[in-house]
Design a protein around this ligand. Structure first.
Ligand SMILES: [Zn+2]
Length: 348
C-alpha cells in the first residue's frame, strides 16, 4: 500500500451558490462513501492552508484576486455567465488552491507517495484575469507554479481528463517547457479550445498535447490513448511530479458531457499513471475538477483513490455502462494526435 494523502477541509462546503450543479454535496457524498467502505481511514489527512496572494499571483492578476475577495465579501452573485460566487467562496477558493500546495509540500518532503485533493471550487478553466466555467482560482496551475518556484522542479506533467478542455491551465504554461500539459477532452464542446494543432509556443512548443476526442469515447479509447501517447511521452519527459486535473464529468452517466468512461475506468487510468507496480511510484497529486452526477462521482473518486493507494477497493457503477468499443472516429483522432506530436516526440 502506498502512503496516499487526502486533502479536505470543511470550509470547501462554504462555496455554495444556490441551485448550482457544482455543489457541496459533490464532496459530502464522496466522503460518505469513503467512510462507508473504510478507505478514508487508509489515507493520510492533509491539512489545507490558504494560498497567499503571492502564490495565487503566479497565475492570476492581483486585480482579480482583490476583486474576488471584495465580490465574495459583498455576498457574491453571478460573476460570469457560468460562474457563481457566494459569501464563502473566497475562503473556500483560497483553501482549495492552498490545499494543493500543502499536499505538494508533503509529497516532496517524502511523507506521502501520492494524494487526492477533494477540493472545490474547481480550477482548470480559470484564466489569468478571471475565473470562468465554475472555476475561481486555477488550483492545478497554482500548484505547478508553486512546485517550480518553491521546490525548484523543472519537469511537471499535468494530465487533464475532465470532459472539458483545461483552457486556463493550457494558457498558463503554453510557452513553458517545464510543464507538459496533456488533455483529453470532448470536442467540439465547451469551452471551444484544445485543438489538435495547439501544441505550445516558443520554448513550450511540443509541451502541450491535446487529444480532442469525439463524443462516445469510453474506457478502451482512453486507455489506448494513455498507452500509445501519454505514457511513452511521459517516459521520455521523466516528470518529477504528476498533477491530474481529475474531472469525472467524462463518466457515461454525467449530464455535462457525452463521454462513456466508467468508475472503474477512472481507476484504470490512475493505475496507468502509478504504473500499477508495488513501491512508491511517481509522485502524483490528483485534484478534483468536474463531475456532477452525485450518484456516480463518489464511485469514480473511490476508484481513483483505490488506484492511488494500490489496495483493493472495488468500485461499481449503479447503472450498467454502455458497450465499450473504439469507434472509427476515435481511431482517426488517435492517429491524428500521434501525427501532430511526432515532430516533438519522434517515437509516436
Ligand atoms: Zn468539466
Amino acid at each position: 500500500m502506498r502512503r496516499t494523502g487526502l486533502v479536505y477541509h470543511p470550509d470547501y462546503l462554504l462555496h455554495a451558490p444556490e441551485n448550482w450543479p457544482e455543489c457541496p454535496q459533490r464532496l459530502t457524498r464522496t466522503l460518505e462513501l469513503f467512510d462507508r467502505v473504510g478507505i478514508r481511514g487508509q489515507m493520510i489527512h492533509v491539512q489545507p492552508r490558504p494560498a497567499t496572494t503571492e502564490e495565487l499571483a503566479a497565475v492570476h492578476t492581483e486585480d482579480y484576486i482583490a476583486f474576488l475577495e471584495r465580490y465574495s465579501a459583498d455576498g457574491g452573485g453571478q460573476m460570469t455567465i457560468d460562474t457563481m460566487v457566494s459569501a464563502g467562496s473566497f475562503t473556500a477558493a483560497l483553501l482549495a488552491a492552498g490545499g494543493c500546495l500543502s499536499a505538494i509540500d508533503e509529497l516532496l518532503a517524502g511523507r506521502l507517495d501520492n494524494a487526492l485533493a477533494l477540493v472545490r471550487p474547481p480550477g482548470h478553466h480559470a484564466e489569468r484575469p478571471v475565473g470562468t466555467g465554475f472555476c475561481l482560482f486555477n488550483n492545478v496551475a497554482v500548484a505547478a507554479r508553486y512546485a517550480q518556484r518553491r521546490h525548484g522542479l523543472s519537469r511537471i506533467l499535468i494530465v487533464d481528463w475532465d470532459v472539458h478542455h483545461g483552457n486556463g491551465t493550457e494558457r498558463t504554461f503554453y510557452d513553458d517547457p517545464g510543464v507538459l500539459f496533456f488533455s483529453v477532452h470532448e470536442s467540439p464542446a465547451y469551452p471551444g479550445t484544445g485543438w489538435l494543432s495547439d501544441v505550445g509556443a516558443g520554448d513550450g512548443e511540443g509541451y502541450t498535447v491535446n487529444a480532442p476526442f469525439p463524443a462516445g469515447a469510453g474506457d478502451q479509447a482512453y486507455l489506448r490513448l494513455f498507452d500509445e501517447v501519454l505514457l511513452p511521452v511521459a517516459d521520455r519527459y521523466k516528470p518529477e511530479l504528476i498533477l491530474v486535473s481529475a474531472g469525472q464529468d467524462s463518466h457515461f452517466a454525467d449530464y455535462m458531457g457525452n463521454m462513456e468512461l466508467t468508475s472503474p475506468g477512472f481507476g484504470r487510468l490512475t493505475g496507468r499513471l502509478t504504473r500499477s507496480e508495488p513501491g512508491p511510484g511517481p509522485k502524483i497529486l490528483a485534484v478534483l475538477e468536474g463531475g456532477y452526477n452525485l450518484d456516480v462521482l463518489p464511485s469514480s473518486l473511490l476508484a481513483i483513490a483505490g488506484a492511488l493507494i494500490g489496495g483493493d477497493y472495488p468500485s461499481t457503477d449503479p447503472v450498467p455502462a454502455p458497450v465499450d468499443v473504439i469507434s472509427e472516429t476515435v481511431r482517426q483522432r488517435l492517429a491524428a494526435v500521434r501525427t501532430t506530436q511526432r515532430p516533438y516526440w519522434p517515437f509516436l
